[in-house]
Write a new protein. Structure first.
Length: 283
């Protein structure tokens, strides 16, 4: 059995709450299991399950783990574990997919360590979840869905996602091993006022700066900067050769600033307290 993982990331965000739910399967030569992780501004939980309760459709985020259900249409939780009681349902409407696969031609490259997918850049979330007695209510709130599959997360990487007025963005910069070589891989999509902008290695994007929590990406006449200003990080389990034994830290909602320019004109420039950020490079 080859080392493998596949996980889906469902983010839901209102003016007062941010919640991400991550169902996943993970297999290695030694073990196989599945899990559900929850992360909020204050806490993170990781619940393991036996592999035989996992049901999925490989190409889409449709997952069942015991009484917990996840899809493009919504989430239903009925989860009891030591230190965690979570229940309720959320529905998703008006998903906004991207124009084509975020991996571009790299989707055809075999043996890649990790492949990314984007299901919806922004959609509407409605419903209520109860987590350890606390109510997370979402009414016409914002949602985002993405996925990862492969054998391991990149050794070094940064990822950020943010929904904002009239749009949303996601950016990932990572050290990509390919045979004996390594390169800095970039994937990024910006949705703004029904326009889609894409920066990616396969389109000529380069990392100008990866330092001190700041990312600057340049591609032709476009430049994007994203800077983590204040962490609010919680621990999450991440895959390493199919085993969820690596700990990364994600800020589900934190302070960051973004700036996007095209042809020398500033199209997007804002600071927010609702950015999601993982920065797994050395500061």
């Amino acid at each position: 059995m080859r080392d493998y993982f596949c996980g889906w990331y469902f983010k839901c965000q209102s003016a007062t709450h941010t919640l991400a739910v991550i169902p996943a399967e993970h297999r290695s030569k030694k073990e196989q299991s599945c899990s559900i992780q929850l992360i909020t501004d204050e806490h993170a939980w990781h619940v393991n399950f036996p592999y035989d309760v996992f049901r999925t459709r490989k190409s889409k985020p449709r997952i069942n783990i015991e009484k917990n259900h996840f899809s493009e249409k919504g989430i239903r939780l009925d989860l009891t574990a030591p230190g965690l009681q979570a229940s309720g349902a959320l529905s998703f409407q008006a998903l906004t997919p991207i124009k084509y696969d975020i991996m571009g031609p790299f989707r055809y490259v075999p043996f890649m360590e990790c492949r990314h997918s984007v299901v919806s850049m922004n959609h509407t979330v409605n419903g209520t979840l109860q987590i350890n007695g606390m109510e997370y209510r979402f009414q016409d709130a914002a949602g985002y869905i993405e996925g990862d599959r492969g054998c391991s997360f990149p050794r070094e990487y940064a990822w950020t996602q943010c929904c904002f007025q009239n749009g949303s963005l996601m950016l990932s910069v990572a050290d990509i091993p390919l045979g004996r070589f390594h390169f800095t891989g970039i994937i990024c999509v910006i949705h703004l006022c029904e326009q889609e902008y894409r920066l990616a290695t396969y389109l000529g994007a380069k990392a100008v700066k990866i330092r001190n929590g700041e990312l600057i990406i340049k591609q032709g006449n476009m430049m994007l900067s994203a800077k983590l200003l204040e962490k609010n990080a919680q621990p999450l389990a991440a895959p390493a050769k199919g085993v969820m034994n690596r700990i990364i830290r994600e800020s589900a909602s934190c302070r960051a600033v973004y700036r996007f320019q095209k042809d020398g004109q500033t199209i997007l420039d804002f600071e927010t307290t609702q950015a999601s950020f993982e920065y797994e490079y050395a500061f």
